[in-house]
Ligand binder design. Structure first.
Ligand code: PGA
Length: 248
């Protein structure tokens, strides 16, 4: 069966000392709780090794290079990410698509390199406000999924976690309603079933992201096709993150 997952995405926040202290505090606060989900924290590159070696929390990078190695100044490869002990990498976040020009073709390469290095991609898809208003949101999300992921074998696809993040909901305080999120998650699962079959689709974790917090997590996570969250703002404080984790 698919896993329930709550993953934090710190984005470009917290220096190394703050990040390591946060991870230790979070682990201590979760100790002894009967968790109903896996907990992952998505840190900047420089935190990965320290957080992975000082806690048992799942650790995710927020990006990796679209090249395996070589003369790409400033880039960090999937092999390097894996060598830190991180097991996940967030790919295709809308901020990377928008600010750093990441296309579906680039993301396809990143996904392949992540998988080749034993990392599970947390692959982000989602429509803009304009696209939803034009009623093309299902098409947009389908295209992002198909173009970057649907050449994978079923075995490789089974290592992917999907994060549906409507761009209009990210960092805006404007959460999708649980009905809007459930409708899209069911559509994504059906799209996966059409390509890889019902079993693979049923085993794929599909997370919701976009202003999810302790106040709305419970209702979102109660939806049949919502298997957790990718959490930005509310993952930056232990006291705000725990109620999201406890949304399960
Ligand atoms: P938010 O960010 O929770 O702050 O809206 C979510 C994300 O960008 O992953």
């Amino acid at each position: 069966m698919r896993k329930n997952i709550v993953a934090g995405n710190w984005k470009m926040n917290k220096n190394l000392q703050e990040g390591v202290a946060f991870a230790k505090d979070l682990e201590a606060a979760l100790a002894g709780k009967a968790l109903k989900c896996d907990v992952i924290i998505g840190t900047p590159f420089i935190h990965l090794a320290s957080v992975a070696s000082s806690t048992k929390l799942g650790v995710a990078a927020q990006n990796c290079a679209d090249k395996a190695s070589g003369a790409y100044t400033g880039e960090v490869s999937a092999d390097m990410v894996a060598s830190t002990g991180a097991k996940y990498v967030i790919l295709g976040h809308s901020e990377r698509r928008t600010y750093y020009g990441e296309t579906d073709a680039i993301l396809k390469e990143k996904v392949l390199l992540a998988l080749a290095n034993g990392l599970s991609p947390i692959f982000c898809i989602g429509e803009t406000k304009d696209e939803r208003e034009k009623n093309v949101h299902f098409d947009v999300v389908k295209k992002q999924t198909v173009d970057a992921l649907f050449e994978l074998s079923a075995e490789d696809f089974s290592k992917i976690v999907i994060a549906y993040e409507p761009v209009w909901a990210i960092g805006t305080g404007l959460t999708a309603t649980s009905a809007q999120a459930q409708e899209m998650h069911a559509y994504i699962r059906q799209t996966i079933a059409d390509k890889y079959g019902k079993e693979v689709a049923d085993n794929t974790s599909i997370l919701y992201g976009g202003s999810a917090n302790g106040g709305n997590a419970k209702e979102l996570f109660a939806c049949p096709d919502i298997d957790g969250g990718l959490i930005g703002g509310a993952s930056l404080d232990v006291e705000k993150f725990i109620p999201v984790i406890e949304g399960f």
